[in-house]
Design a binder for this molecule. Structure first.
Ligand code: S3P
Length: 426
């Protein structure tokens, strides 16, 4: 795909719905008694993978425009699928569903695309095995993975990683356990599971970085309105800040405190971003954001903020290239086990455009202020790498070519249309 330099971005628009919240609404709706209506659902490939898995588990799910209607089966109503469950490219689907399947009375095999088959599953295998399930995986770590359920026992699990996928998998298994289940994280990861499961009637309590769930008789359907995804807004926030003359308004962006790290980092870099119309929708805070071109400066991103912006680091790396001075990203080794090894893919592809980046085992150092030039760059079939490269290319000198751009359909199917509609070419 040809990407040409742009003049500026302008206009007011909304971005796609939150991927994490969309997944969970289908999963919890499927396990609830009654019918859940999910409005503003993200029709991206990952969330469609979740819908397909639950259909195979016997749940009737219909789609009407952007609304998904889930006829819940109750906590014990799922039925054995007649074949392997294909989770596509979606780590959230595999890991959360593993917790649910550990509490059923039938065995299931999960797999996904080439990327999913390389992503570590030991992180859910270990705690779910401690709870009593048996999980057989390729090399004890990779999909295809077969889950043999068992009567589960409540545990206290000290997770070595701050991961909402791991935490959620254990909490979902905890619904089926014989006593309370606690997950303690090294830093607090996104808390959509805790918020939404409470709305469906589960009992959860939090103490600092520890969350406890009580076993549950039933969940009860509740309607969900999904907010816009700050992880998708990220690309337009950065594009607006780095493209001279830009002023945009991004509507209805979720700003949950466990997700808004990018906003805080861009503000700390000198970004002119104003949040307004703040409100709460279905237990999640949302706002509109005005973003204006700004002279950015480098920063250090490390520690407990990392889980709150882990998916936005590729976009932050692009902002750092247009900032004055150095940006240091640390404590982000999790980037190596995302849809691609994002430390390597950010480095390799942006370097082709003239970026000065040094990689570290847990992050990178980015030298800002070196102009980028057009180049042929590769998405590595990673949606967030594709979109980060696109916004960098819009601000490079000369044309770029992006290979495998279609992966944006995972989380942001209309990304290129929106970019084109709200930008002027140079
Ligand atoms: C997600 C959690 C994060 C994130 C992923 C979505 C979720 O992964 O990277 O895109 O919906 O729970 P980890 O929990 O593994 O960090």
């Amino acid at each position: 795909m040809l990407i040409q330099p742009i003049q500026k971005l302008e206009g007011s628009f909304s971005i796609p719905s939150d991927k994490s919240i969309s997944h969970r609404s289908v999963m919890f709706g499927s396990l609830a008694k009654g019918t859940t209506h999910i409005s503003n659902f993200l029709m991206g490939d990952d969330c469609l993978s979740t819908i397909n898995c639950f259909r195979k588990l016997g749940v009737n799910i219909t789609i009407e425009d952007d609304t998904v209607i889930v006829e819940g089966k109750g906590l014990h109503g799922l039925t054995a699928p007649d074949s392997i469950l294909d989770c596509g490219n979606s780590g959230t689907t595999v890991r959360l569903i593993s917790g649910i399947l550990s509490g059923q009375d039938f065995s299931t095999t999960l797999t996904g695309d080439a990327s999913i088959q390389k992503r570590p599953m030991k992180r859910v295998i270990n705690p779910l095995s401690q709870m009593g399930a048996t999980l057989e995986a390729k090399e004890d770590n990779f999909c295809p993975m077969t889950i043999h359920p068992h009567k589960l026992q409540g545990i206290t699990y000290h997770s070595p990683v701050a991961s909402a996928q791991v935490k959620s998998s254990i909490l979902l298994a905890g619904l089926y356990a014989d006593g309370p289940t606690t997950v303690v994280e090294p830093a607090i990861s996104r808390d959509h599971t805790e918020r939404m499961l409470s709305a469906f009637g589960a009992t959860l309590t939090r103490e600092a970085a520890a969350v406890t769930i009580q076993p549950c008789e039933e969940l009860y359907a509740t309607d969900i309105i999904v907010p816009g995804d700050i992880s998708s807004a990220a690309f337009f926030m950065v594009a607006g800040l780095i493209t001279p003359g830009s002023e945009i308004v991004i509507q209805n962006v979720g700003i949950n405190p466990t997700r808004r790290g990018i906003l805080d980092v861009l503000l700390a870099m000198g970004g002119d971003i104003t949040c307004f119309n703040e409100k709460e929708v279905c237990g999640e805070p949302v706002c509109d954001m005005r973003v204006r071109y700004s002279k950015l400066h480098g920063t250090t991103v490390e520690g407990d903020i990392i889980p709150t912006l882990i998916d936005e680091i590729p976009a932050i790396a692009v902002a750092a290239l247009f900032a004055e001075g150095q940006t240091v990203i640390k404590d982000a080794a999790e980037l190596r086990v995302k849809e691609s090894d994002r430390i390597e893919t950010i480095y390799t592809e942006l370097t082709k455009m003239g970026a000065h980046i040094t990689t570290k085992p847990d992050g990178m150092i980015i030298e800002g202020g070196h102009p980028l030039h057009g180049a042929t760059v590769e998405s590595h079939h990673d949606h967030r790498i594709a979109m980060s490269l696109a916004i960098a290319a819009c601000n490079a000198q000369g044309d770029s070519h992006l290979e495998h751009p279609e992966c944006v359909s995972i989380s942001f199917p209309n990304f290129f249309e929106l970019l084109q509609t709200h930008s002027e070419l140079k």
